[in-house]
Design a protein around this ligand. Structure first.
Ligand SMILES: Cc1cc2nc3c(=O)[nH]c(=O)nc-3n(C[C@H](O)[C@H](O)[C@H](O)COP(=O)(O)OP(=O)(O)OC[C@H]3O[C@@H](n4cnc5c(N)ncnc54)[C@H](O)[C@@H]3O)c2cc1C
Length: 574
């Protein structure tokens, strides 16, 4: 392709001189620019069929933030040898590790944080998308639709709550409703079941909370929702249950490449070898590719902010709803780089509002801004006017990891024989992971066999991970029996969410060995209610100290350094 015309356009639109180089896989851009949004927009202008964009345009004055890395230094993994090393403990890495355990393989998953699900997999909407927004054949569509179809079965095996609730996409104009007929046809062609258009009366009946400007809605019955971090944890636990090793606080910092293969992997816990390496590093996937001398795509971080509503919020919709494109607002919100978000149900009963989509240069910038929160609340309360701002109890941001081509990269590297990339896993990554993880495992096994390894099925593979007890949803009789079997289930520690001591102790005895306050929160929701841990955090800190045999000052909220108690201020003698 001749890029001269685009170079001239860039100069005219942004005043930036871009230099372009190409090889068989990628288009490489260089230059300098004053605005990050322009850097991303320029990168997108060079997207071309069959090639990836590597965008090295520098943002003037921006100093790249140092990556957050564990301080821990030991040699726990030094000199070890693995069949497969998976880099990254998000849903991609944990699902791939679990699927690999269907084979008789020595698998190591390394995650730089002190728990899994600390990247995008722990900070998203948990919507199991139907896939109605995806127009063209792409990996997001292929795996999104396939993942959605098997979600119920996977969650049943892994003991994770999943509900298929359906989703309404609201229209405020007859013309848009007319165009929605095309979406219905396309959905049927793509194998998305049951998508149909509801008229004004039907949507008003189904969703009384929706504003009366709705002239209709698109209904996608296969949309569902899940707790994304609980599913990620369940995948990791089931992998460990079947023999995988998960090494937390472990960051890959360097790789040796020899004879076209990754020969050695270096971390803060020693260096080791692997016959095959799977790159599931989220927003850092392009950095991992570069370490393996296989740089052929760029990730441009895109932050999304969500608001969390109180469990008892009134006036919320019955189902997940979102605003479809409107004649006035098409692409204004998020500039077309998000599905537009919505008012989203969660398995725990409360609702999320969001997310928005903001391009940012810093891959780990999960800050929230008043602007984002106002945008998100304004947009969704516009559709659902009964929502109250006073019902917002918390908010969070997560960072998506899109490539410039806006599709997943799930393939074995064409340059480094023993490297598989699972990159560009932006939304619908939570939806798609159950499906693509199976294909990734098959790709790894195919490579290992082609390289001469004998890979046998794991006859002892157990797909079932027992569902954790949730005392608050049991009947009085069931709870009575539970308390009789273990009195700790009768002591409530988190009053907002009704979480007992028994559940907290069980969460602390998790197969990954995570013993942090937020680790408990992610596993059993203690601290996620209206008071946001105000009452239960000191108690949970004490329980962790007792269970782990550590001094209370050594207990952390999450990663190392986040100690809760730093010393004594007063002592009372009994
Ligand atoms: C706001 C928001 C809303 C979203 N909503 C939805 C939704 O409703 N439905 C949906 O299907 N998808 C949604 N997504 C997308 C979804 O969250 C992601 O596609 C998915 O979580 C990506 O998972 P991952 O495992 O690839 O990446 P991550 O979860 O980011 O995991 C990557 C991991 O790699 C680790 N890592 C990185 N570098 C290293 C290293 N050098 N050494 C060791 N470890 C390393 C990181 O610490 C991280 O834990 C949303 C995303 C966002 C941000």
């Amino acid at each position: 392709m001749n890029f001269d015309k685009i170079v001239k356009q860039v100069k005219k639109l942004y005043g930036v001189d871009v230099t372009v180089k190409e090889d068989e896989r990628s288009v490489f851009l260089a230059g300098r620019c004053d605005n990050w949004a322009d850097v991303v927009a320029i990168g997108k202008m060079f997207v071309t069929e069959g090639k990836h964009v590597v965008n090295d345009i520098v943002l003037n004055g921006y100093v790249e933030q140092p990556e957050r890395l564990p301080q821990l230094r030991d040699n726990a993994l030094d000199g070890t040898q693995w069949d497969v090393v998976v880099i990254g403990g998000g849903i991609s890495g944990c699902a791939v590790a679990r699927e690999l355990m269907r084979y008789d393989l020595k698998v190591l998953l390394v995650e730089k944080h002190s728990d899994v699900a600390r990247g995008a997999s722990g900070a998203n909407d948990g919507m199991v998308h139907a896939g109605i927004d995806l127009k063209h054949q792409c990996l997001k569509l292929k795996y999104g639709v396939a993942g959605n179809a098997i979600y119920g079965d996977v969650c049943k095996e892994l003991g994770v709550e999943f509900r298929r609730s359906g989703q309404y996409v609201i229209f405020d104009s007859r013309l848009i409703r007319f165009f929605a007929k095309g979406t219905v046809k396309r959905a049927s062609k793509h194998g998305i079941p049951g998508v149909r258009i509801l008229n004004k009366k039907e949507i008003a009946q189904a969703e009384p909370s929706v504003k009366d400007f709705a002239v209709g809605a698109l209904y996608a019955p296969s949309t569902g929702y899940v707790s994304p971090y609980q599913l990620t944890i369940a995948y990791a636990e089931n992998a460990v249950q079947n023999g995988a090793v998960v090494s937390l606080d472990t960051a890959v910092s360097q790789m040796d490449v020899a004879d076209g293969k990754v020969a050695r992997i270096y971390t803060n816990r020693g260096s080791f070898t692997a016959r095959c390496v799977v790159n599931c590093a989220g927003v850092f996937a392009d950095k991992i590719a570069a370490m393996a001398q296989d740089r052929y795509f760029s990730i441009h971080p895109r932050r999304g902010t969500d608001l969390i509503l109180d469990l008892n919020a009134a006036g919320v919709p019955v189902q997940t709803i979102s605003m479809g494109p409107s004649l006035k607002s098409v692409n204004k919100f998020g500039k077309g780089s998000t599905k537009g978000g919505g008012v989203i149900r969660t398995v725990d009963g409360n609702y999320l509002l969001g997310p928005d989509a903001v391009e940012i240069p810093d891959r780990e910038d999960t800050s929230t801004s008043m602007e984002s929160m106002n945008n998100v609340f304004g947009k969704h309360s516009g559709v659902c006017p009964t929502l109250k701002r006073s019902d917002v109890i918390a908010y969070f941001s997560g960072v998506r990891a899109p490539t410039y081509e806006e599709d997943f990269i799930i393939e074995r590297s064409s340059k480094v024989a023993n490297l598989v990339h699972v990159a560009g896993i932006q939304s619908p990554g939570i939806t798609a992971a159950p499906a693509f993880s199976k294909d990734v495992a098959a790709t790894v096994v195919e490579y290992l066999r082609s390289a001469g390894a004998e890979v046998r099925p794991n006859d002892n593979f157990d797909p079932i991970r027992p569902r954790p007890v949730k005392a608050s949803v049991l009947s009085d009789e069931e709870r009575d029996r539970l308390i009789k079997s273990d009195p700790d289930y009768g002591t409530i520690i988190c009053r907002c969410e009704q979480i007992s001591l028994g559940e907290i102790k069980r969460a602390l005895r998790n197969p990954l060995g995570v013993m942090t306050v937020d680790g408990v929160k992610r596993r059993v929701r203690a601290g996620m209610g209206r008071c946001q841990g105000g009452f239960c955090m000191p108690l949970i800190t004490k329980i962790i100290a007792e269970e782990s045999g550590r001094d209370i000052t050594q207990v952390t909220k999450d990663d190392e350094g986040s100690n809760i108690a730093v010393g004594k201020i007063k002592e009372v003698q009994a």
